[in-house]
Design a protein around this ligand. Sequence first.
Ligand code: SAH
Length: 248
Amino acid sequence: MLDRVRVVLVGTSHAGNIGGAARAMKNMGLSRLVLAGPEVVFPHPEATWRAVQAADLLDTAVVTRDLAEAVADCTLVIGTSARERRIQLPQVSPRGLGGLLARSRPDEQIALVFGREDSGLSNEELRMCHWHVHIPTSSSYSSLNLAAAVQILCYELRLACLAPDPAPAAESDWDEPFATVEGVERFYEHLEQALTEIGFLKPSAPRQLMTRLRRLFNRVRLDQMELNILRGMLTEIQKAARGGGPRT
Ligand code: SAH
């Protein structure tokens, strides 16, 4: 399972942290290290020195231009952060990581992404992540050393592999309530109506359109606010299709 997990260090500026992260990974049975736009020259003697017997991970480390290139083939990207962010992503606890991994498909590539020592991950980089994990550190000093953060999360992944938890992970702490099944069902009815009115869905040849659209929306857990936005859009689409034109 851990072979599918890569540790991505974004914009690292201290070579020692790269070596420390490699050692932390190898101790816990992870082997795939990716350096996305490192700020420090790599390879670097200090990284090798800090890695000790994990220097082989440095030899096979992949260096990419940026995070987008580092996770291009991943379907599950988990970003880490030392602090709360304005743009909220679904949150997973460090212990919940194992559940995410356990629920992933065997062919999925997974990335665990760590930020810069001084400024962490940018909001744009966090938006590339599906989940956000914060190690519950003390509020008086929440920021861990980069390699220490790698150590803790790799340990959690190792624990999850040694003793898989059959219970589903506590998934999120989202800022809006999730849409109920009923609400989502009404949205599907509305969607079907609107798509029929604009001629995109042909009742005589519906194919698998609604099935596919349901599958699409079910892959995310829509919240009530998102559902309201989608319903509002559909209403305006219907008005425009009926010749009412857009509201000014
Ligand atoms: N001043 C930066 C701190 C970056 S610490 C900031 O406020 O974002 C460097 C990296 O270590 C972070 O980007 C994150 O990947 C990891 N890290 C540090 N503390 C963490 C914590 N409490 N939980 C999760 N990751 C943490």
